[in-house]
Design a protein around this ligand. Structure first.
Ligand code: PEP
Ligand code: MN
Length: 267
């Protein structure tokens, strides 16, 4: 199957370079932040926590793909400016979603990594657009896409010239109603075993339940993920969006500690 993706297959190393930093060499990356970019006080608290815990990449949405048009749609440029301000204060890199053509240039000017969300995973024009520029792209798996379709989406980006791609397994829709999605651990193992492209896991969107995020983080690690992206908040019940799947600082500290133990176990 992998011969269908000549650009992905030709990748020799997973390293993503941002300024003078290297990511996805042998270090497991934890990316964390709120679902939607919060107000200044909360962002200050979150960024301070990330920097204390040596997390280098802050996530947060400003242009949000919401199922209902009546849900909060994200704080737009104002939120991006807040994100940038606190990322700079604590020396963090940022990742945020470009939802469409209108927001693409604004997002790509301000952020270090451009996220293409699950719902846009087969928006081929947007994929081509992100392939024509040089910033790293975090491509989330479409929740109705097979692994093959997911990889073709990444191939679209690479085919335009941009090979700085990070894949993200964020769960697929199945017949199981007790979780928001089903984390497809198989895809992580399969991509890890066959390609030199970073693949991270998003247990927050994959489960939709904060009580499951910790265990699915460990499962992702053992399946071969190169990192995890987690929604965090000092007070998850107060998060602007996706509070039900957002973990608090203590839970993230526990996850970091455990993953460090795994690393020791591994050597
Ligand atoms: C997100 O990470 O903010 C998000 C909206 O995720 P997804 O595209 O996977 O639903
Ligand atoms: Mn979310």
């Amino acid at each position: 199957m992998f011969e269908k993706f000549p650009h992905l297959e030709s990748l020799e190393q997973k390293i993503i370079k941002i300024n003078d930093q290297h990511f996805f060499d042998d270090k497991f990356q934890i990316i964390a932040g709120p679902c939607s970019i919060e107000d200044e006080a909360v962002m200050d608290e979150i960024c301070s926590f990330l920097s204390e815990n040596e997390i280098k990449i802050l996530r947060g949405g400003a242009f949000k793909p919401r199922t209902s048009p009546y849900s909060f749609q994200g704080g737009g440029i104002t939120s991006l400016e807040i994100m940038k301000k606190y990322a700079e204060k604590y020396n963090l890199l940022t990742i945020t979603e470009a939802l469409g053509f209108e927001s693409f240039d604004i997002v790509s000017d301000i952020t270090d990594i451009i996220q293409i969300g699950s719902r846009n995973s087969q928006n081929f024009e947007l994929l081509k657009m992100s392939g024509k520029q040089t910033k790293p792209v975090l491509l989330k798996r479409g929740f109705m896409n097979t692994i093959e379709e997911f990889l073709f989406s990444a191939e679209y980006i690479a085919n335009e010239g941009n090979k700085n791609i990070i894949l993200c397994e964020r769960g697929i829709r199945t017949f199981e109603p007790s979780t928001r999605n089903t984390l497809d651990i198989n895809s992580i193992a399969m991509i890890n075993q066959n390609l030199n492209i970073p693949i991270i896991s998003d247990p927050s969107h994959a489960t939709g339940r904060r009580d499951l995020v910790e265990k699915l983080s460990y499962s992702s690690y053992w399946a071969g993920a190169d990192g995890i992206m987690l929604e965090i908040h000092p007070n998850p019940d107060k998060a602007i969006s996706d509070g039900q799947q957002t973990i608090d600082f203590n839970t993230l500290e526990k996850i970091i500690k455990k993953i460090k133990e795994f690393k020791n176990y591994n050597v």
